[in-house]
Design a binder for this molecule. Structure first.
Ligand code: NAD
Ligand code: 48Y
Length: 357
């Protein structure tokens, strides 16, 4: 069988993005040849440093190479400023829209072990609209300034995101039926919203998601809904109750960082930005300026993001190899980074996981 060659764009970005993306590249290169996969890598620029060098946080070349040459990509993190800087706009938010990566898929899973609360959920976050359309304005009134932002929810995006959430629930169920141990009895999708207050925007999300999940092929999928604030409460008290969560963009962003705390660290939680036939693996965390340059960033979110990207490029066997090696490191618990209470450097954890591949 001829090997499949995947061309992968590498966008480290800023801060610890530069420390963890090389680890993602190395794990792909270290996959066994028997999987029949080869990789070519293209280094691409984006982020705050790129903005300072070129005046553009997302150079056109990065977008055009991703579109015309790559099968997928790994994105580290960028240091977006918290005050407006003229000409700067978050490159990852822009990429999601430019490449129509409409779903942000974020699995949050605990590893097996005594005393560990079993958690195995996937947050499926709408990735193109909601408050992330970034249509904001500030104006003066006699009482002072007022700022406004548009929250845009469309039927099309809500339907697409609920549909992929349903498909992910079915796929997870199939893996369970194949014998994988699981804490879930059957496929469940929880639709989250705030339509008790935002009856038009979140109301449209809720109704459309429910309609999409009522399709014939999802008859085996149980569908529940929950208002986002009480969802946070239940997520923290009973995380094992969730299988697949589907959420509008901003709620999905917030819920996934919260869920990361439940499994020990943001440094563990991966994501994939998924569109038709293209995926960008991206750790859920940011550029972590508080630890950058110390060589202690946890690489696991990135390694798992590389695996997740492979899953969406139909390379499940290769993805499974990476997950197994990472889980073995965590289950043994001897070589952990400081975010998990250990003393290991990034490099030591990477080497331990590569050894297990
Ligand atoms: N995808 C992205 O590009 C992305 C995502 C989130 C935040 N950001 C940006 O990152 C910058 C910093 O944001 P923040 O500090 O709010 O969030 P953050 O995710 O960077 O850090 C939050 C906390 O988690 C820790 N942490 C995160 N990743 C870790 C890892 N791999 N290993 C060990 N510890 C880790 C950090 O040290 C910090 O204490 C901001 O400029 C923000 O805009 C970018
Ligand atoms: O800081 C940025 O430029 C993007 C942050 C980004 C987001 O979607 O809001 C991040 O929080 C994420 O979860 O991917």
């Amino acid at each position: 069988m001829a090997a499949r060659t995947l061309k992968i764009g590498l966008i480290p970005g800023d801060g610890i993005g530069k420390e963890v993306i090389p680890a993602g590249k190395r794990i792909l290169e270290a996959l066994p040849a028997s999987l029949g996969l080869k990789f070519e890598f293209i280094d691409l620029k984006a982020g705050w440093e790129t903005f300072q060098e070129t005046g553009n946080a997302l150079p056109e070349e990065t977008v055009s190479i991703l579109k015309s040459e790559c099968d997928g990509a790994l994105f580290g993190a960028v240091s977006s400023p918290t005050t407006a800087v003229k000409g700067y706009s978050s490159p990852i938010v822009a990429l999601r829209k430019k490449l129509d990566l409409y779903a942000n898929v974020r699995p949050v899973k605990s590893v097996r072990g005594p005393g560990v609360k079993p958690i195995d959920m996937v947050i499926v976050r709408e990735n193109t609209e909601d408050l992330y359309v970034k249509e904001e304005k500030t104006y003066d009134t006699p009482e002072g300034k007022v700022a406004e932002a548009i929250k845009r929810i469309s039927q099309r995006a809500s339907s697409r995101i609920a549909t992929i959430a349903g498909e992910i629930a079915l796929r997870r169920q199939k893996i369970r039926e194949g014998g994988s141990p699981s804490i879930h009895k059957g496929p469940l999708v929880t639709v989250t919203h705030k339509s008790n207050v935002l009856s038009q925007t979140d109301g449209l999300f809720r109704v459309t998601a429910r309609e999409a999940l009522a399709a014939g092929r999802f008859t085996s999928v149980a569908v529940e809904e929950q208002i986002v604030d009480s969802m946070v409460y239940k997520l923290f008290r009973q995380p094992e109750a969730y299988d697949v969560i589907v959420a509008p963009n901003l709620y999905g962003d917030i819920l996934s960082d919260g869920a990361a705390a439940l499994v020990g660290s943001l440094g563990l939680v991966p994501s994939a930005n998924v569109g038709e036939g293209f995926a960008i693996g991206e750790p859920c965390h940011g550029s972590a300026p508080d630890i950058q340059g110390q060589g202690i960033a946890n690489p696991i979110a990135t390694l798992r993001s590389a695996a997740l990207m492979l899953e969406f490029l139909n390379e499940e066997a290769a993805a499974a190899k990476i997950y197994e090696a990472v889980d073995a490191n965590l289950e043994e618990g001897k070589l952990l980074n400081p975010d998990l209470g250990g003393k290991a450097k990034t490099e030591e954890v990477v080497q331990d996981i590569l050894r297990r591949l």
